[in-house]
Structures are given as C-alpha cells and as structure tokens.
Design a protein around this ligand. Structure first.
Ligand code: FAD
Length: 308
C-alpha cells in the first residue's frame, strides 16, 4: 500500500501539476503537503492564463480536485526526511516507499524587520510588479532600500506608475545606481525607515525615523528568498555557487531518481512557470520509470529464455 512510483513533496502549483500528469500516466503517486503555499497572503493571483485574478487558494483547490480524479493520494503532513531507496518519513509517523522523488517545496520570503511589513505582506506590501503592479498602477509607490535587488525593482515599477520613490534606508547605493534611478524618474529619499503607517486596515505611507511621513498607496520590498531545500540537501543534491540545487531543464537533480520543480530551485518561477516545471519534471520522471520497467522486462525475458 505504501509503495509508490512517485512521491511528490509539496502541493503548490509545481507539485500539483506534476501529480496531474503522473496520475494521468497511471502512476501510483502520493503528494505530501504541509499546506503553506508561498502566495497564501495574497487575495488574488495574476498572470496565469485563464485564471487571472483567482484567489490563490482556489487554484490549489481546483488542482486537488483534478488530481483526485486520477487516483493520486494527497497526504496533509510534512516530510521530515527522505532516505535513499527511497523511504519517505512524515512528521505524523507515516512511512512511504517510492521509486522516484519529486521535491516541489517552494521557498520562504524573509522580510526586513520593519514594523508593519509582515502584517501588510501580500496586501499593500508587495514584491512582484508582474503579480500586483497593475493593481497599483498610477498610484504613489515606494521601494524600500533593504536589499540590492530593490534598485532593479524600482526601475521596473516605473512601467506602472510615474510616482515611484526609492527610500534608501540603509542600502549602500552605488553612484551609478543613484544616477540610473534619477534618470528614470525615481526620486531617491534619504533617511531611516521607522515603520509603515497603517490605518483602518490600509497602508497610508511610511514614517521615517526623523518624523517625516511619506504618504504612499503601496510599498515594494525585495525579500531574501530562501529555498525549502532541506530534503534535497539531505539527499546530497549538488548546488550552484548561489546555493540553489542544480537541475537540468527537466528538473533532474544530480542524484539519480530525484527531481525538483518550482520555487525550490528557481526563485523567479511564477505560478504558471512553477506549474510548467512540474509538468516537465513529471514527463521526465515517467520516462525514467518506463526505461526502468523496460530494463526489468528485458531481464525477465532473458531469464525466461535461459530456462527454456
Ligand atoms: C505575496 C505573494 C504574492 C504572489 N502573487 C503571485 C501572482 O499573483 N502570480 C504569480 O504567478 N505568482 C505569484 N507569487 C509567486 C508564487 O507564490 C509562486 O510562483 C508559487 O507559489 C510557486 O509554486 P511552488 O509550487 O513552487 O511553491 P508553493 O506554492 O510555495 O508550494 C510549496 C508547497 O510545499 C509545501 N512544503 C514545503 N516543505 C514541505 C515538506 N517538507 N513537506 C511537505 N510539504 C512541504 C508547502 O507547505 C507548500 O504548500 C506570489 C508570491 C508571494 C509571496
């Protein structure tokens, strides 16, 4: 009962799309999910063809209903460890065996410790102009200088608004970056950020330590993105110089039998990209299983031939 062709860890867009393909390929699949998708704080999801504006939880609900039609088992738990072979150990004590593993565990966004940011995250504290820029178009925006990626973020945002401020805060801004920002119509504001000003469940602006209040409709921050890749590390998967697990175009890692898809290996993956990566990985995993099945058939065939 606990022997599976594939165990998928994570039922976000990447894991669910992989499960859909593998279920339809008539594989025995279990998906284990801890239920904390990255975009849960956002009210709406954008940029996914045919699903633009859908609440993120609804997309996952639709996906779960689809995989259930093909007999994929969804287990709500956390995978604590995977041993080679593969033995998958869950936090609730269950143990599953699998011929192949697909890790689709996403990443976490580490936010700067400025009062108000965590509370407003995904609402009027945003990070991705492609996800939410359109919803705050033509409004007064600010980018917080808490990460080197903020400069590019501010330059991008001019695509959506003529009123973009760069609050330098503690960021060491290179003279050429300051020049690029100012040439492109982004005003750099000096001063340490004290907190976000929130009233009636809405962001009103940013308060600086010297008492200035800067009214803004939304602010953008660039989080530190940390992959949930402990399982890949535990299995010995190679990493690149940036610390991200290395995969080929199908999501195959350096460890035979182990694939990965979505934000756990690519911080830039949007929901639709993560789903696509899950699909590509599923097709590759199934191909790999077919090769193993054929090898086994050939061995049986050879043994049968010898005994005749
Ligand atoms: C606030 C916000 C808004 C966003 N808005 C958009 C948008 O509008 N459009 C867009 O395209 N993208 C958006 N994104 C990006 C989007 O969240 C990601 O592209 C997407 O979630 C990646 O999917 P994934 O399947 O890789 O990971 P996730 O969706 O994060 O799913 C990973 C799953 O794995 C589970 N998991 C992790 N570790 C374990 C474990 N050990 N055992 C079992 N389960 C585990 C997690 O609980 C989670 O359910 C947004 C991101 C944020 C932060």
């Amino acid at each position: 009962m606990n022997r599976h062709d594939v165990v998928i860890v994570g039922a976000g867009a990447a894991g669910l799309n992989a499960a859909l393909l593998l279920g339809r390929a008539r594989r025995k699949v279990a998906v284990i999910d801890a239920g904390e998708p990255r975009n849960a704080p956002a009210e709406h999801m954008h940029g996914f063809l045919s699903r633009d504006g859908l609440p993120p939880a609804e997309l996952l609900e639709l996906g779960r209903a689809e995989i259930a039609r093909y007999g994929v088992r969804l287990v709500r738990s956390r995978v604590e460890r995977i041993d080679h072979g593969f033995t998958v150990r869950l936090a609730d004590g269950q143990v599953l065996d699998a011929r192949r593993i697909l890790v689709a565990t996403g990443l976490r966004d580490e936010l700067p410790a400025i009062p108000g940011i965590r509370e407003r995250w995904g609402r009027d504290v945003l990070h991705c102009p492609y996800c939410h820029g359109y919803e705050v178009r033509d409004r007064p925006l600010a980018v917080l200088g808490t990460h080197p990626g903020a400069v590019h973020q501010a330059l991008l945002l001019r695509q959506w608004s003529d009123d973009v401020l760069f609050l330098r805060h503690a960021l060491d801004l290179a003279p050429e970056d300051r020049e690029r920002l100012e040439c492109h119509g982004v005003r750099v504001v000096e001063g340490t950020i004290a907190r976000l000003a929130v009233e009636d469940d809405r962001l009103r602006g940013v308060e600086l330590a010297d008492g200035r209040a800067i009214p803004r409709a939304a602010v953008f921050v660039f989080p530190r993105m940390v992959p949930h890749d402990e399982l890949l590390t535990g299995l010995g998967c190679a990493r690149d110089e940036g610390g991200w697990a290395v995969t080929d175009r199908t999501g195959r890692t350096s460890v035979p039998g182990v694939w990965a898809a979505g934000n756990v290996v690519d911080p830039r993956a949007q929901v639709v990209t993560a789903a696509g990566m899950g699909s590509a990985a599923a097709i590759a995993v199934n191909g790999d299983l077919v090769e193993e099945d054929v090898r086994r058939s050939a061995e049986r065939h050879a043994l049968g031939g010898e005994s005749r």
